[in-house]
Design a protein around this ligand. Structure first.
Ligand code: C2E
Ligand code: MG
Ligand code: MG
Ligand code: MG
Length: 287
């Protein structure tokens, strides 16, 4: 009996694994087909000054509208794209579109509003990255200072010296860089000091803890002052509450990003938000 059941279980697992593998191959195929179509698109989330009044830049965040499954979050398909080797092509598309969007909105503005783009680990280790960035800037005719790239600490631990060389080449183009999700990786001062970055983005999980938790507050304060010591700007991610904003303001955080002030939105909305500001009315005052 037991033998019999064991065999059935194995068969069951075999089938389940096959189904899973097939679903995955299917999804990869869908993703490959979606690249360079409108089912993959970018939304933009503004970053505000600490008063919550001025939009200082906007971050491009990718979305995938799958024909059958509906919206699939980037946390799911970026990993897939990395694993099946589509990420470099996907990343190239993101760079091109984000640079074009920044070009569009900067044509109507009196002051520069940069765009930031998230890089993935595979992209950072790809030979094509620097030339892809150059090509995206050139095709949109965008000033390099208007592009910022976000990397995470975990991306750089593998082969630090090579990564630093790549980042230096990017820096030489005039493109800015920031460390995203700060605090969740190795958070070593060595990285912050050696990487040619200008900004640190404190991960949302830390912002969740302030104000209120004593340890949480100390951590956020420490990250801010340490970053300032290294001449880095500090952005808080995932600000949802007025009390968080007040805390961050009190402790000299430089910029904030989060649902409290603005959710990621379609480029036309960002365009409208920025052109409103141009006409003198405040579009982004705190609710
Ligand atoms: P991230 O770069 O740290 O982006 C911040 C994420 O937090 C975004 O999720 C954003 O929608 C969300 N967020 C912003 N403010 C708040 C808030 O106040 N509360 C909450 N709960 N969430 C907030 P999203 O768009 O789902 O992106 C998740 C991650 O996927 C990003 O984290 C980034 O690592 C990655 N990603 C997104 N777009 C791209 C892309 O074009 N390329 C690459 N390589 N990765 C991307
Ligand atoms: Mg980011
Ligand atoms: Mg982040
Ligand atoms: Mg993240």
């Amino acid at each position: 009996h037991i033998k019999e059941r064991g065999r059935n279980d194995v068969m069951f697992f075999d089938k389940a694994l096959n189904a899973q593998a097939e679903a995955r191959i299917q999804l990869e195929e869908n993703l490959r087909m979606a690249i360079n179509t409108q089912s993959l698109f970018l939304v933009y989330q503004p970053r505000f000054d600490i008063a919550g009044q001025r939009v200082l830049s906007a971050e491009a965040l990718i979305r995938w509208h799958h024909p059958i499954r509906g919206m699939i979050p980037p946390s799911e398909f970026i990993v897939l794209a990395e694993e099946c080797g589509l990420i470099v092509e996907l990343g190239r598309m993101v760079l091109r579109r984000a640079c074009q969007a920044a070009k569009d909105w900067n044509q109507i503005l009196e002051r520069p509003v940069p765009v930031s783009v998230n890089l993935s680990a595979r992209q950072l280790h790809s030979e094509e990255l620097v030339s892809d960035i150059e090509a995206a800037l050139k095709s949109a005719d965008l000033a390099p200072e208007l592009l910022e790239l976000e990397i995470t600490e975990t991306m750089v631990i593998k082969d630090l010296n090579t990564v630093i060389k790549t980042l230096q080449s990017i820096r030489a183009l005039g493109v800015k860089m920031s460390v995203d999700d700060f605090g969740t990786g190795y958070s070593s001062l060595i990285y912050l000091k050696r990487l040619p970055v200008s900004t640190v983005k404190i991960d949302r999980s830390f912002i969740d803890d302030v104000p209120g938790s004593e340890d949480g507050e100390s951590l956020v304060k420490a990250i801010i002052s340490m970053s300032h010591t290294l001449n880095l700007r500090v952005v808080a991610e995932g600000v949802e509450e007025q009390s968080q904003l007040a805390f961050l303001r009190q402790h000299q955080c430089d910029e904030i990003q989060g649902f409290l002030l603005a959710k990621p939105d379609h480029p036309s909305k960002i365009h409208a938000l920025l052109s409103h500001e141009l006409n003198g009315s405040h579009s982004a005052t705190i609710p």
